[in-house]
Design a protein around this ligand. Structure first.
Ligand SMILES: Cc1cc2nc3c(=O)[nH]c(=O)nc-3n(C[C@H](O)[C@H](O)[C@H](O)COP(=O)(O)OP(=O)(O)OC[C@H]3O[C@@H](n4cnc5c(N)ncnc54)[C@H](O)[C@@H]3O)c2cc1C
Length: 429
């Protein structure tokens, strides 16, 4: 029996493995295996909510093991660190327990068809001191680490002399930085209701630093302007055209040699594929470590290896590259599912064409702004308010439907609504 191995159960990989499980795993026509370095899936666009405690991975995350049992695939916990395309295997790090004791040595996993869907990590562009002093939001572990540190800082304010503020500096004015800034104000205000009367949004000093001339550089001006005014209204200092050249314990150092003091520093500027990707022999990679793929999403050198989502560099007919977004990962998962079936039947493979359905930026409970692309509007239509919020929420719902099916997704959504009534509005531990 052929083994289809998918590495990375994120926005793209988990949707793909679910489809493959139902198509081939259920009928035992192929063995479907998912490898992920985490035990739990959380949709990455929600990581800033994990970071602020608005989402709780323990209750809102999806256990791969439980999911695999229901969707006819196997789950292997492990972190890929390399592969040999000629001999058709991937290599996994040794598996350690919480105390660093080895549970399993380094391993090799064979495949007949491989799909790489390992996503991306923040790119610090080699900026000195960033790795040592900054928080990142690349994984739910990092988001949880930030959440714990944030709670500790709020505790300091609550139990201090009543004069302290919390200074947070966020580098990167993309969706992550913008959404995180707004979410921070939301949770700071929530804490008043949870026995921390001294903590409120007034105690926050958030600076959002963007090297480019404006925040949300990948989105139209109107969205950036709207997001900027909403952030400023909340109290965020939006610093555009400001380049950070170093991170130190006390804060960031800007190109004009000023210290931007901060109690907590977050780096959310730019993404690249994980470093191990660029060390794999035989694949063409770009300067962001992404693997350059054919329009069929196969690698140029191996037609049994597909790459989807943030870790692939897929060029479009107009010369641009497909942007690293959840919607691209979702669309690529659907195409690879189709192409694997076509390859089994000996039929020609389809080519991937990115369909931009628009982009939305959610400023917590305060506002949602964005653009929707539609046939009716013959281009991009600016949206904000309730409609934008509704579409934003529906993107996550579509992901839930893709990995659970309609019925279970509806039950989960209903359970989440009920949970909001009975549980605290944020994670407090
Ligand atoms: C805070 C935030 C907000 C965002 N908001 C939006 C938005 O509003 N709209 C939008 O379209 N996009 C948004 N994005 C981008 C979006 O999340 C990504 O483009 C999308 O998740 C990419 O999907 P993927 O499947 O390629 O990778 P991911 O969803 O990142 O999944 C990668 C998976 O691979 C696993 N993995 C990584 N390395 C290894 C390894 N070595 N071995 C084994 N497993 C590994 C990870 O654990 C993870 O499960 C946002 C991102 C962030 C961080």
């Amino acid at each position: 029996m052929k083994r289809i191995l998918v590495v990375g159960g994120g926005a793209g990989g988990l949707e793909l493995v679910t489809k493959l499980g139902h198509k081939f795993g259920k009928a035992k026509q192929a063995e479907i295996v998912l490898v992920d370095r985490s035990r739990t899936h959380i949709w990455k666009p929600l990581l800033h909510e994990v970071a602020t405690g608005s989402l709780n991975i323990d209750t809102d995350g999806i256990s791969y093991r439980a999911h695999s049992a229901k969707h006819y695939y196997q789950f292997q916990l492990g972190c890929m660190n390399g592969m040999n395309a000629a001999e058709k295997y991937i290599e996994l790090d040794a598996l350690l327990d919480e105390d660093g004791q080895e549970l399993l040595p380094q391993r090799k996993l064979q495949y007949d068809i491989l799909v790489l869907a390992v996503g991306s990590v923040s790119n610090d562009f080699g900026t000195q001191g960033v790795a040592e002093n900054c928080f990142f939001l690349d994984s739910h572990r990092q988001a949880e680490r930030f959440q714990q540190a944030l709670l500790n800082q709020f505790l300091r304010i609550q139990q201090g002399d009543g004069q302290d503020n919390l200074k947070l500096s966020i580098v990167g004015g993309g969706a992550t930085g913008v959404e995180l800034s707004a979410e921070l104000y939301h949770v700071a205000d929530l804490l008043k209701a949870y026995g921390m009367p001294s903590v409120s949004a007034k105690r926050l000093e958030v600076e959002l630093i963007e090297a480019g001339s404006r925040i949300l550089p990948a989105l139209p001006d109107r969205i950036a302007n709207s997001a900027r005014s909403e952030l400023s209204r909340l109290g965020v200092k939006v610093s555009e055209s400001k380049r950070v050249i170093r991170a130190e314990k006390q804060g960031f150092i800007s190109a004009d040699d000023n210290l931007i003091e901060a109690d907590m520093m977050i780096w959310a500027a730019g993404v690249k594929a994980p470093d191990f990707i660029s060390k794999i022999e035989g694949f063409e990679t770009n300067r962001n470590n992404q693997i350059v793929v054919l329009p069929s999403l196969q690698t140029k050198s191996n037609d049994n290896v597909y790459v989807i989502g943030d870790c692939c560099a897929c060029i479009q007919p107009d010369g641009s590259f497909v942007p690293p977004r959840a919607q691209s990962a979702h669309q690529m998962a659907s195409l690879v599912f189709k192409n694997i079936q076509a390859s089994f039947r000996g039929e020609p493979l389809s080519e991937y064409l990115y369909k931009d359905h628009g982009s939305l930026v959610n400023l917590s409970r305060y506002s949602t702004v964005g653009s929707l692309m539609g046939n009716l509007t013959a281009g991009s239509m600016f949206v904000e308010g309730r409609i934008a919020r509704l579409v934003y929420v529906s993107l996550y719902r579509l992901h839930l439907i893709a990995i659970h099916g309609w019925l279970k997704a509806m039950v989960i959504m209903a359970a989440q609504k009920i949970g909001k009534v009975v549980k605290p509005k944020m994670k407090l531990h």
